[in-house]
Ligand binder design. Structure first.
Ligand SMILES: CC(C)(COP(=O)(O)OP(=O)(O)OC[C@H]1O[C@@H](n2cnc3c(N)ncnc32)[C@H](O)[C@@H]1OP(=O)(O)O)[C@@H](O)C(=O)NCCC(=O)NCCS
Length: 327
């Protein structure tokens, strides 16, 4: 199939101008105003209407000069719009319609009108938080706000049921797609590990990788357990690594289930204990491991682990956790 050509903004503006009220259209290139709800390359679905049909907390698609922007309506009298994380827009601009859905990667997220108060409150909270200088902490707060309890029912419907299981050799494609989006591990390493260790039969498997698969066979979460020695790090035992859950699947116990699956496999491979090393400021991860039965390791092991990583060029402080595996 030939690559789809993205129409120029001018062509898009002409199409939108000609679109009768009440009609819908998917639009790419609506700016970065809805970040982090919307990322680069994502699209919005606009319902053609005038500003009179919009209320506080709706997302308006507007023409500002030669640019298209999707911004939140902060007030209607006076008419004020703003990006999710920034200040309000200068006056002017032509309202082209209301954004009724966003397409983020493979996900279509509807923005029904009952969602308006939540979006308005979220925007006010996030814009206030973003204005403060501790941007990294603030970013985590924003992300957690979007992917925490209040949005879980909606996300659960979008993600659907997940199957958590050990990865097999034929899961390579799904793994590489997930890794490309979310892991800093090289594809070559993952390919080799899956072929030579994790994806083998139960009798010859060494270490293991676990994944949470959705109905389309895509990974929504992933982690592996294996020895550090084979990566030349002077630490004994097996360690849980690369635990990552896609944002839309967070707070649904996916990580907990992945850890359970890896712990069971480590036990059946005869391990007496499983370890994990976690950035000391990663509260979400520390709580997740804590809930899965991991406890702080002895200070001596924590010191040696930090030294080993320092020598490998990593500077962040790590907390070491361990879980004993009863036979
Ligand atoms: C850390 C991470 C793997 C957790 O995945 P998850 O599937 O959302 O975790 P779970 O749903 O199994 O959470 C289990 C418990 O841990 C705690 N927890 C998890 N995420 C939390 C968060 N963001 N804030 C506070 N507590 C959190 C909660 O107690 C949660 O139980 P609850 O939802 O019933 O309150 C996920 O947030 C992630 O991928 N983060 C980015 C990558 C990362 O930091 N990985 C860890 C590297 S060591």
């Amino acid at each position: 199939m030939p690559p789809r050509k993205t129409p120029s903004t001018q062509v898009l503006l002409d199409v939108l101008d000609a679109l009768p009220p009440g009609q819908r259209l998917w639009v790419h290139g609506a700016g970065h105003g809805l970040y982090p709800l919307l990322g680069r390359g994502d699209a919005v679905q606009v319902l053609r209407c005038g500003p009179g049909a919009l209320g506080r907390g709706d997302v308006a698609l507007m023409r500002q000069g030669r640019k298209l922007v999707a911004h939140v309506v902060v007030s209607t009298r006076p008419w004020l719009t703003a990006s999710l994380l920034g200040g309000t827009d200068p006056p002017g601009g032509v309202t082209l319609g209301r954004v009724v859905a966003v397409r983020r990667g493979p996900w279509v997220i509807p923005l029904p009108r009952p969602f308006r108060p939540a979006l308005w409150v979220a925007r006010q909270a996030m814009a206030a938080a973003w204005a403060r200088p501790e941007s990294r902490l603030v970013y985590r707060g924003v992300r957690d706000f979007f992917f925490s309890g209040w949005s879980r029912p909606l996300r659960q419907r979008l993600v659907g049921p997940l199957e958590v299981r050990l990865l097999r050799a034929d899961d390579l494609d799904a793994l590489l797609v997930f890794a490309g989006e979310r892991l800093v591990v090289s594809p070559g390493f993952l390919r080799r590990q899956l072929r030579e260790r994790w994806g083998l039969d139960a009798s010859s498997r060494r270490g293991a990788a676990a994944g949470a698969f959705d109905g389309q066979g895509r990974l929504q979460g992933f982690a592996w357990v294996d020895s550090y020695r084979q990566e030349a790090l002077p630490l004994d035992g097996v360690w849980v690594r690369s635990l990552v859950v896609a944002p839309q699947a967070r707070r649904m116990k996916v990580a907990t289930r992945l850890l359970g699956c890896l712990v069971d496999e480590a036990r059946s491979q005869g391990e007496a204990r499983v370890y994990a090393d976690i950035d000391d400021d990663n509260a979400a991860s520390l709580r997740t491991f804590g809930g899965a039965g991991f406890r702080r390791a002895a200070p001596e092991l924590t010191r040696r682990t930090n030294e080993a990583w320092d020598a490998a060029g990593r500077t962040k402080a790590l907390v070491v956790l361990e879980r004993d595996l009863e036979p």
